[in-house]
Design a protein around this ligand. Structure first.
Ligand SMILES: O=C(O)CCC(=O)C(=O)O
Ligand SMILES: [Fe+2]
Length: 297
């Protein structure tokens, strides 16, 4: 049984930490309120039409209206660079605090955000372990806050998490990420190799709710067979003290995010991977001025 936790980001309870360590995830009843979810859905419309508020392009624009395959799930990564509304969610200090508490980190940086929109009929996202894409920094740790902007129904292609799979062996990415025929196959193969029976838990929560999952948890999502779209805002976060690992830039998402590596230094640049929260009170200067600038009401 998975209970829906109440999410008070600055007050993560010891029982929530225990459940997170056990299952590798938490399901949450309310992360953002309905008004915020409504505003975010409007921003999704604009961004997938190619209207980027700031004029900066996100790091990955994998779908645009009129140009891209309508059967694929729409995806933009690091939308926060292009939209202060997205930034006001994924750069929240209290979210950084909550993820650090669950992971036992001294601080939290954003690795990237993910803007996902699976319209009715749009295809699956392949099962994967997030950390297997991240060999470009170390320690390779990630924690993800996933927020749905629509009510989840049993058939509208919500994310599925496999309980306890953060303790499974680490697997390499396998197959196409967008729209594979059998989206659960890589996870089933991994389970078979280890003689394990997967316990698949759909993130079945109301609009504004969501989940937090550990970077080694297996997850993916099926085709949207429902009657309503499924949109999510995702914060992928890493520990504040990570460093680049130059030998591995060519793997996973390394070729995209290594463009922010400094010359002659393995340090992460605060401008591209800001620190959301740190136990000593530090937060990257300028985030709040950026978010609060004119144009965000
Ligand atoms: O929303 C989904 O279907 C998958 C999202 C995902 O892979 C993630 O949040 O790490
Ligand atoms: Fe993922």
């Amino acid at each position: 049984m998975t209970v829906l936790s109440t999410f008070t980001p600055t007050r993560i309870e010891p029982e929530q930490i225990e459940q997170f360590q056990q299952d590798g995830f938490l399901l949450l009843d309310c992360i953002v309120d309905p008004t915020t979810a409504h505003r975010l859905r409007g921003e999704f419309d604009r961004m997938f039409r190619g209207e980027f508020e700031i004029g900066t392009l996100p790091d990955e624009v994998n779908w645009q209206e009129g140009k891209s395959d309508p059967t694929l799930t729409r995806q933009i990564c690091n939308g926060w660079r292009a939209s202060r509304l997205i930034a006001s969610i994924v750069l929240r200090e209290d979210f950084g605090h909550a993820l650090a508490r669950l992971m036992g980190w001294r601080g939290t940086r954003i690795m990237s955000d993910n803007i996902l929109w699976k319209p009715v009929g749009a295809r699956s996202l392949n099962f994967h372990q997030d950390n297997s894409y991240l060999s470009w920094y170390e320690p390779t740790e990630l924690c993800t806050l996933w927020i749905t902007l629509d009510d989840i129904t049993p058939d509208n292609g919500t994310m599925e998490l496999v309980r306890g799979s953060h303790r499974w062996q680490h697997s390499e990415p396998e197959g196409e990420f967008h729209g594979p025929e059998d989206y659960r196959a890589p996870m089933r193969n991994a389970a078979r190799r280890q003689n394990l029976e997967p316990d698949i838990v759909p993130v079945a929560v109301p609009c504004g709710g969501g989940s937090i999952h550990h970077g080694w948890v297996w997850h993916g999502s099926g085709t949207n067979h429902g009657t309503s779209p499924r949109r999510s805002v995702v914060l992928h976060a890493m520990p504040s003290d990570v460093l680049f690992k130059p030998a591995n830039f060519s793997r996973g998402t390394g070729p995209i995010y290594s463009r922010y590596a400094k010359l002659g230094s393995l340090e992460m640049d605060e401008n591209y991977f800001p620190t959301l929260w740190r136990e000593d009170g530090y937060r990257t200067k300028g985030i709040d001025a950026f978010i609060g600038g004119p144009g965000v009401s």
